[in-house]
Design a protein around this ligand. Structure first.
Ligand code: ITT
Length: 195
């Protein structure tokens, strides 16, 4: 079978590609279909957005499509940025401006109240419109100063207690073993191997 991974985020694509390495499937990415339109993410939940992206791409390409919608849910911010994590700092937001905005919003918040979680929903949709979703979560806390140069997005600010380090300090395979995305994709793999 063939599968297209419907993301424009290079960090996500790298992690997803690594986890799917052993899967007997030819894996395409959006780069193989340069003319596809941008899919607007106007859902209120990660699940809605993941299904919207995967079902649109499955329909447009005629291939089973996998999409990841994810984000950072910060306790002290009432769950923000949540589904708006990619564009937290506004239009043209980058990882740098998003991280700066997060630090600013949490300025003065003491370590014991800086709890947060990454959420990930993976949707797998077929060209006939049927979809299955898988989700994963990782709890941690938001550092006051970025640490590490790996990963992407908010990784340098996300401290994982069990590892004693930020996500950006972990090698990709180690991050995949414990992350929200890794957990969701392991559930999907379990399902694929039985299909
Ligand atoms: P696609 O929709 O094309 O997949 P995107 O970056 O717009 O790419 P999302 O809408 O799902 O994807 O936004 C998720 C954002 O949440 C992402 O841009 C990061 O800022 C953040 N994020 C998600 N997973 C993360 C991770 O593992 N480490 C750090 N930040 C993460």
């Amino acid at each position: 079978t063939d599968l297209i991974v419907a993301t424009r985020n290079k960090g996500k694509l790298l992690e997803i590609g690594k986890i799917l390495e052993g899967v007997h499937c030819r894996i395409y990415s959006l780069a193989d279909f340069p003319d596809l339109p941008e899919i607007e993410e106007d859902g209120v939940t990660f699940e809605q957005n993941a299904i919207k992206k995967a079902s649109a791409i499955a329909q447009l390409t005629g291939l089973p499509a996998l999409a990841d919608d994810s984000g950072l849910v910060v306790d002290a911010l009432g769950g923000r940025p949540g589904v708006f994590s990619a564009r937290y700092a506004g239009t043209g937001a980058t990882d740098e401006t998003n991280n700066a905005k997060l630090l600013e919003e949490l300025r003065g918040t003491p370590p014991e109240r800086r709890g947060a979680a990454f959420h990930c929903v993976i949707a797998l949709c077929l060209p006939d419109g049927s979809c299955t979703t898988f989700s994963g979560e990782l709890r941690g806390s938001i550092l006051e100063v970025p640490q590490g140069g790996g990963g992407f997005g908010y990784d340098p600010l996300f401290f994982v207690e069990e590892e004693g380090s930020s996500l950006a300090e972990l090698p990709l395979e180690r991050k995949n073993r414990l992350s929200h995305r890794g957990k969701a994709l392991e559930l999907l793999k379990g399902k694929l191997s039985k299909a």
